[in-house]
Write a new protein. Structure first.
Length: 498
């Protein structure tokens, strides 16, 4: 798919499929353009098919023997509520409708007048690319329809259309490639995406984009005292791999950030075993945090943003049962010396993150962000469209929220309720890994906070609900969403404010 931005209006574009967004109640400026081009016949057909321009509505009209031969109309709803997100959703719907009918060249006309042209163009291109992603790697006979070879964004202001040349779309390509990598990692089964496979993926990113890779084996982690991480890993036949990738920007380093991703390539629950109905068969996606940070590393490596040094850290392992696995009741010592009573082996994400956060803080970064499919409780609280965000820093929380919105991802800030720390008190150790069920995603975040250097800017994103979409929605096809990549990359590109 080749993207191009042009000042050519919908009224004079010639190509295969012309897609136009119309507002409800009159249609807006683009309706007039269409009328001028297609005349009364169009108005009649819109009336006949009762097209009202409501959000979600779409209509396909064929003109045999002319170019464009197909007109795709999508409803944009109330113009007063239309913004970048409306552009994104409309572009995704257009892309999917155009692909279904085997379109070869697509022209997209959306009312972008009030919006910043660069953001609007990037948003449309991202939406088209990401909504058409179709992973057929595990089918012996792929069911794929060809993508439109060219996609033109129509009606941009002349000056902007020239400015928004290939640079903009290569940025879109970098970001989308990162999201797609994350989706592929999450969607692949646990017999393929093993800790070693995550390490291989990190090595491939390092060599393709010139990042540094440090890979810590079990013995290296033991030497660092990572008893919590290694405790989780010890039940598996597969050795753990602790991954540390570093992106060094060209020129001066103004900020140093660490991105930490939970990398459980399978979570059986350990001896507090997951039962039927607890999604055990889906626990391949328990490495969604690591997929997000590796996808971000890929995008950042390709984009080469200035000023920010980025450390990507993944404690990768499996949570399994065997004669060597940890018992419920075991006491583990993390690399900061804190002792943890494991009252539930299924709360393993916080154990591996404990040592990863200590390691990340040891790099003395300005800010640490972790992403994890940490708790079922977060899914109950916020559902599948919104990730939980915890941070003691208002600036960091606000910056991550802004970065998420810009990319069409949603986060919601949750409290680090200090009194709930009570729930993690242990009679025998410094703390236990599981508190009471109510507020379970909050105690998860409070547990992690115990392993972050006091005063350091830190945020935790619980992506348990957003990592996977059963039916697909908006830009997300059914399955792995690649959630987090857009938020992280947008935040880093903005200079990683915290
Ligand atoms: N990986 C799970 C969390 C999860 C559950 C992600 C469902 C996606 C969907 C995590 O390791 C886990 O098992 N958490 C437990 C914690 C509990 C034992 C305190 C949970 O949420 O039940
Ligand atoms: Mn678990
Ligand atoms: Zn888990």
């Amino acid at each position: 798919m080749e993207f191009r931005c042009t000042s050519t209006p919908a009224g004079s574009w010639s190509g295969d499929t012309l897609a136009v967004g119309l507002f409800s109640g009159g249609g807006g400026p683009l309706k007039a353009v269409l009328e001028a081009r297609l005349g009364a016949a169009l108005v009649e057909r819109l009336d006949h098919r009762q097209f009202k321009g409501k959000t979600g509505e779409s209509l396909r009209l064929e003109w045999l023997g002319t170019t464009p031969s197909v007109l795709l109309l999508v409803g944009l709803g109330d113009p007063a509520e239309f913004g970048l997100d409306g552009v994104r959703q409309a572009a995704a719907r257009i892309a999917k409708a155009a692909q279904v009918q085997g379109c070869t060249s697509l022209g997209i006309a959306l009312p972008v007048e009030g919006l910043e042209p660069q953001a609007a163009a990037a948003t449309i291109a991202q939406a088209v690319r990401l909504s058409l992603f179709n992973d057929q790697r595990f089918k012996s006979e792929a069911e794929t329809k060809p993508l439109p070879a060219s996609v033109e964004l129509l009606g941009f202001p002349e000056a902007a259309a020239e400015l928004l040349g290939s640079g903009l779309f290569s940025g879109v390509d970098a970001l989308c490639s990162g999201v797609e990598l994350a989706r592929q990692l999450v969607a692949a089964p646990p017999n393929q995406v093993t800790p070693q496979a995550l390490a291989d993926c990190a090595a491939a990113i390092a060599s393709e984009f010139g990042l540094e890779l440090k890979l810590l084996e079990r013995s290296d982690c033991a030497a660092l005292g990572m008893g919590a991480y290694l405790g989780v890993a010890q039940g598996s036949d597969l050795p753990p791999k602790f991954i540390h990738l570093t992106y060094r920007p060209p020129g001066e380093v103004r900020r140093r950030v660490a991105l930490v991703g939970k990398g459980l390539t399978f979570d059986s629950g350990g001896y507090n075993l997951k039962t039927a109905g607890s999604q055990i068969e889906m626990m391949k996606y328990d490495m969604g945090g690591s997929a997000a940070v590796l996808g971000a590393a890929r995008a950042i490596g390709q984009l080469q943003p200035e000023g920010v040094e980025v450390h990507v850290i993944v404690p990768a392992c499996e949570n399994m049962i065997s004669g060597g696995a940890i018992h419920p009741g075991d006491i583990l010592t993390a690399s900061n010396g804190k002792t943890i009573e494991v009252n539930n082996t299924d709360a393993e994400g916080r154990l591996v993150l404990a040592d990863a956060l200590v390691y990340a803080c040891g790099l003395e970064p300005d800010v640490v962000v972790d992403l994890a499919t940490l708790t079922g409780a977060c899914v109950i609280a916020l559902g599948h469209e919104i990730a939980g965000l915890w941070s003691p820093s208002d600036v960091l929380a606000g910056a991550l929220d802004a970065a998420a919105s810009l990319g069409g991802e949603q986060v919601w800030r949750m409290p680090l309720q200090a009194t709930y720390r009570e729930g993690l008190k242990s009679g025998v150790a410094d703390l236990k890994n599981t508190g009471p069920r109510p507020g379970g995603s909050i105690t998860g975040a409070l547990f992690l906070k115990e392993f972050v250097s006091p005063g350091l800017a830190w945020a935790h994103l619980d992506i348990a609900g957003t990592v996977w979409s059963d039916k697909g929605r908006g830009l997300d096809p059914a399955g792995a969403t690649g959630f987090g990549v857009r938020t992280l990359v947008n935040w880093v590109v903005a200079g990683a404010p915290a």
